[in-house]
Ligand binder design. Structure first.
Ligand code: TRP
Length: 487
């Protein structure tokens, strides 16, 4: 329980929250993960489902989360519990908060390893670049960097310490300033890479790969991956955005912020795709290479570009900064919980969370060397952390959030927080109550192999289910208010 009754810290400037939320959203997910899973799941159709997930599920969930945070003014656990109590519902629902907080911690445990790769590449570029010019050379550099646990552990430890140092200092300082120059810088570097790709071959294939829709190419595993990635890239269902929302002043517009963040995040991801794949196609690499994809392909592009080492250096610096503005958001939920419930100061909370994080992330780091064969059902520890969070915890957590918002809590809560014009509010309610849950459930059913959904063949009865849900939902919800009568 919170004992102190001091008002919660709030974001200072008008743009702080937008910057911080964008900083959280734009990260390794956009530049490292999006290209490599797009490669794994075959391109265009995956990208389309991903975009649908961002705007039909991601944006409404983000609005829900920010509202829950601002209403409950606390860590995910506390905020959800307060909001649920306010509506007179059982505290079982705070499980949604717990799940989110734990999920954020799990993600960070493998995120610092990937961020460590980026830091290591900054160092490589600083100390004379990478030798060799072929694909095999790049693969060898990446593999060598992973092979020694002391080397790889050094970099992930560095990221852990840097993250804890920043969050220990406080909420706003640092985040705001670093995001405001880093984002434009990152976009500029991506533009440069895209222009380079235009002239060095592979660009046409890239555009075809990313944007040509081939309905047959998407597996149900791919659909689940697209949904999971939509949550991941927007930092949803893992406490980050909810906790940032808890520092949001009452006057800020939640809807506009959520859409702004989603658009910025999508632009960066698509730009990253356009920047990265030309080098892959021009050099005959396999787009399905896996997690090492950008660390093998991009150095190849830098290698053959004038001033390549300099540009490479700048690129990996930006990437590392983008990773840090994301990693600090992932631990913020835990920190806020420790401070509010365990009476720790921010630095104390940062160091205690940091030690646990370091232990778990070290295990994840070992998956790339001595622990490569510590596997369970064919996945090592790193893969499990990624799999459990993206394919299970985040979609389920998101489902919990929308059910909470759509059916459990009183309508006033969100009408107040979102303060949208009535028609837009009705759209939001319609999305969280019907579209997002149906989308999440269908993708799950698909992924469990219970039924193979193909949109082209199954849309009539999917639409039918939606209609039944709407009719039933509207008829059964006099207590919580009808979406159609939302005002
Ligand atoms: N969205 C970030 C990215 O794309 C990652 C991230 C930050 C995140 N905070 C999160 C993912 C919280 C899940 C949950 O790199």
């Amino acid at each position: 329980m919170t004992t102190s009754q001091q008002p919660r810290v709030q974001w200072q400037g008008r743009w702080s929250f937008l910057l911080a939320a964008t900083g959280s959203a734009v990260g390794l997910g956009n530049i490292w993960k999006f290209p490599y899973i797009t490669g794994e799941f075959g391109g265009g159709a995956f990208v389309l489902v991903y975009l649908m997930c961002i705007f039909a599920v991601g944006v409404p969930v983000m609005m829900t989360e920010i509202s829950l945070g601002r209403r409950g003014r606390g860590s995910p656990v506390d905020a959800v519990r307060r909001v649920v109590n306010e509506s007179g519902r059982g505290s079982m629902w705070s499980l949604v908060g717990w799940m989110a907080m734990i999920c954020g911690f799990m993600i960070l445990s493998f995120y610092v390893v990937v961020a460590g790769w980026s830091f290591a590449y900054v160092w490589k570029m600083l100390t004379g670049g990478i030798s060799g010019t072929g694909v095999d050379d790049m693969v060898a550099v990446f593999t060598a960097n992973n092979q020694n646990p002391l080397n790889l552990g050094f970099w992930s430890t560095l990221v852990t310490v840097a993250t804890m140092f920043i969050v220990g200092k406080g909420v706003q300082k640092g985040i705001e300033r670093s995001v405001s120059w880093m984002m434009p810088g990152l976009v500029l570097m991506l533009l440069l890479l895209i222009i380079y790709g235009l002239f060095s071959g592979g660009f046409i294939e890239t555009v075809r790969f990313l944007f040509a829709f081939d309905a047959g190419s998407l597996s149900s595993a791919g659909m689940l991956a697209a949904l999971g990635h939509a949550f991941f890239t927007l930092s949803l269902a893992s406490g980050a955005i909810l906790t940032y929302g808890s520092y949001l002043p009452k006057s800020a517009s939640i809807g506009r912020t959520a859409i702004g963040v989603a658009i910025a995040d999508t632009i960066v991801a698509l730009m990253a795709g356009l920047a990265i794949f030309p080098a892959i196609f021009a050099n005959g690499m396999d787009p399905g290479e896996g997690p090492g994809l950008i660390f093998m392909s991009l150095p190849l592009a830098f290698q053959s570009m004038p001033f390549g080492t300099l540009f490479g250096l700048l690129f990996f610096i930006m990437l590392s900064m983008a990773a840090l503005t994301s990693s600090i958001s992932m631990i913020e939920a835990t920190l806020s919980w420790l401070c509010d419930n365990k009476g720790l100061s921010r630095p104390q909370a940062a160091w205690s969370a940091g030690i646990v994080l370091w232990l778990v992330s070290t295990l994840a780091m070992l998956s790339f060397n001595i622990g490569a064969d510590w596997t369970l059902l064919g996945k090592n520890f790193f893969d499990w952390l990624d799999y459990l969070t993206s394919r299970l915890l985040m979609p389920l957590g998101g489902l919990g959030m929308v059910v909470l918002a759509g059916f459990v809590l009183k309508n006033e809560t969100f009408r107040d927080e979102l303060s949208l014009p009535p028609s837009l509010y009705a759209v939001w309610l319609f999305m969280v109550r019907y579209v997002s849950p149906l989308g999440i459930v269908v993708i799950f059913i698909n992924a469990l192999g219970l039924y193979q959904v193909t949109i082209t063949a199954d849309w009539p009865w999917l639409l039918g289910i939606l209609v039944v849900m709407v009719v039933a939902g509207e008829a059964l919800s006099p207590r919580i208010g009808r979406a159609s009568a939302a005002r």
